[in-house]
Every structure is written in C-alpha cells, then in structure tokens.
Design a protein around this ligand. Structure first.
Ligand SMILES: NC(=O)c1ccc[n+]([C@@H]2O[C@H](COP(=O)([O-])OP(=O)(O)OC[C@H]3O[C@@H](n4cnc5c(N)ncnc54)[C@H](OP(=O)(O)O)[C@@H]3O)[C@@H](O)[C@H]2O)c1
Length: 305
C-alpha cells in the first residue's frame, strides 16, 4: 500500500487478467503502541504510512474506475481516544477524512470504525489478557460474522461512515478522566454530566482528607490503593496489597499512565508513569514519597522528573 508503483502494477494486472473491479476493501493496518511522550518518529511513521500513504496511493489506483463500493476499515479508537494509540488514532482519523472527501468526489467510499473483533485479526492475536482488558473497558470483541453482517447492511444502505462495535459506554467512561472524554459522548450520552460532578467532589474530598488527617501517609496510601484498584479493574472487594510492587500486581505501562493521570487530577501532583513501574515501587513507598513532597513544598512538583 505504501509503494504506489507496486499498487498501480497490481491494479493493472487485475484489470488485464480478470473481470472488471467492482469494489475495493482497504483492510491494511498495523499498531505500535506507546505513551505519546515516549512515542518515536518511527512508531508514528510506520503506523500512519500504511493508512495515510496507502490511501493516497489507492486514490491514484481507483480514481478512473467505476466502483460499486470502496470499503475502508478503521477503528473506533480515533474518536473514543485510546491510551498509547495516538499514532493509530491519527491514522484512522485520516481514513475517516478521506472517506468523506471521496464521497464528495463521487467515489462510493464507506468507512467502518470497528471495535475489536474476536477470533481473527490484530486483537484476537494479542491474546486473552488484552481482550479481557478491553471487555473491562466496555469493548466486547465481536464475532466476525456479526461484523461482516453489519458491513453488508451498511453497503446496502450506502452509508459513508459508521461505527460497528459491541460497546458498553458506561464501562468505558468509568475509566476515562472527564476532561479526556471524547466530545462524541456529549451527543450520544448527554446524561454523563453526573460523573463530572462526582469526580470533582471526589477530588476535593481527597485533598481535604489528606490535609486534615492525623496520619497523612496512611490517608495517602488509602487514596492510592483505591486509584490502583480502579486502574487494575479489580472489584471493590479486592483492594491491592500496598506493600507489593505495583508492577508485580499487574500494572502495565498504559495502566501506569492512567494511574499517574488519576493522581494528578485528584491531588494536583504530577507523577511520571515510569516511576510507578520502577522496581520495588509499591503503593506504600509512593505514599511516603508523595506525602513528603506535599509536606515540604507548597507548589506541586513532578515526582520522578
Ligand atoms: N481486528 C480488530 O479487532 C480491528 C478493530 C478495529 C479496526 N481494525 C482495522 O481493520 C483492519 C484489519 O485489521 P486486522 O485485525 O485484520 O489486522 P491484521 O490481521 O494485522 O491484518 C492487517 C493486514 O494489513 C497488512 N499490511 C500492513 N501494512 C501494510 C502495507 N503497508 N501494505 C499492505 N498491507 C499492509 C498486513 O500484511 P502483513 O501480514 O504482510 O504484514 C496484514 O495482512 C485494519 O485496518 C485495522 O486497523 C481491526
């Protein structure tokens, strides 16, 4: 897809040796996740090129054809937001824009923003852990036949853009800070105002609690245990052990990012996600570090920077 000459050659061979091309499905894609601060140029380039450059090349290959359909596979992550996937999100936002532009030019493009698929593809190959985490976040992997049925339906109805996913919005929103939420939810779930005020209340309660407690380290530890439990998607009855290093409890880089954001949002104290993943970094140790910082400085300072 990223080699215009090769792609043009393939189309030329098909047109020479086969019946007329009635439709094209662009399903090429790849991911290379990382938090945005540590994402390299190569990671951005490899993920974006397949879709961005690929579609530009595809335009040249199909613009003189009379197609019945041109299907573009995209992902729901670009309008929902997904930790560690800024590159993939940008690439898929481009796919959406391209579909809209092609429609205006009379090319029958249909972009489908899929949620995760079961059994085949990128997510299925990533294994049960990743799939389980997606389920916790509101995405149940779809069986391929359901996704294909949705594709047929969208083509029959000549739709330009649609999202096809098995999605529990409440679960998703529970894991995303209010200010990070996609404006998409303002249209589909206007009632999400309620969690906004709950989060603000929660945050001021934490600051009050830490300020007034006789044992600020213990209070900080309690607050951190609860935030870690939410990031690990554990039920309320299973508080993580504060003395066990967070990595050993299953904290990965994306969860660490979420935890650092939760801490900063609640107590206005930046903590680098990498610090949370350091060897031996437990909730108890972090509670001591953060309490010392709060006691010695008025202005918030970044931990680990
Ligand atoms: N599976 C899901 O749950 C899911 C969810 C949302 C959206 N999507 C989208 O659906 C599409 C298909 O995903 P999938 O899960 O089927 O992925 P997949 O199994 O990894 O297949 C992707 C295909 O793209 C090809 N490819 C990558 N870069 C290419 C390039 N520059 N030129 C030509 N081919 C290239 C790969 O070829 P090689 O094998 O040769 O590398 C591979 O065959 C992707 O666009 C993805 O973004 C998938």
């Amino acid at each position: 897809m990223t080699d215009a000459k090769q792609l043009g050659g393939a189309f030329a061979r098909i047109q020479r040796d086969m019946p007329p091309i009635a439709g094209v499905v662009h399903a090429a894609g790849c991911t290379d996740d990382s938090s945005i601060v540590s994402m390299t140029e190569a990671q951005v380039s490899s993920v974006c090129r397949t879709k961005m450059e690929g579609l530009c090349n595809l335009q040249q290959a199909v613009e003189h054809l009379s197609l019945d359909f041109l299907v573009l596979c995209s992902s729901a992550t670009w309008f929902l937001g997904s930790h560690g996937q800024a590159n993939y999100g940008a690439a898929n936002a481009f796919v959406e824009a391209m579909a809209q532009a092609w429609r205006r030019q009379g090319i029958p493009a249909t972009v489908i923003n899929f949620g995760p698929w079961d059994e085949v593809g990128i997510i299925a190959r990533a294994g049960a852990d990743v799939a389980g985490r997606l389920v916790d976040r509101g995405f149940a992997p779809m069986m391929p036949h359901r996704a294909v049925a949705a594709l047929e339906d969208l083509l029959r109805r000549d739709v330009t853009s649609a999202a096809v996913m098995d999605f529990a919005a409440e679960k998703w929103l529970a894991g995303v800070r209010v200010k990070d939420r996609s404006c998409f939810f303002e249209d589909v779930m206007p009632e999400t105002d309620a969690p906004d005020s709950a989060t603000a209340d929660e945050s001021s309660n934490v600051v009050d609690l830490l300020g007034s407690s006789d044992d600020p380290v213990k209070a900080m530890e309690g607050f951190l245990v609860e935030q870690l439990r939410r990031c690990l998607r554990l039920p309320a009855s299973r508080a993580p052990d504060p003395v066990v290093p967070m990595r050993r409890l299953g904290l990965d880089s994306l969860m660490a990012l979420e935890l650092s954001l939760r801490i900063e949002e609640a107590i206005d104290q930046p903590v680098a996600a990498g610090v949370l993943l350091e060897d031996g970094m437990s909730v108890s140790r972090l509670a001591v570090n953060l309490s010392e910082l709060r006691a010695t400085s008025y202005e918030p300072r970044a931990v680990g920077l």
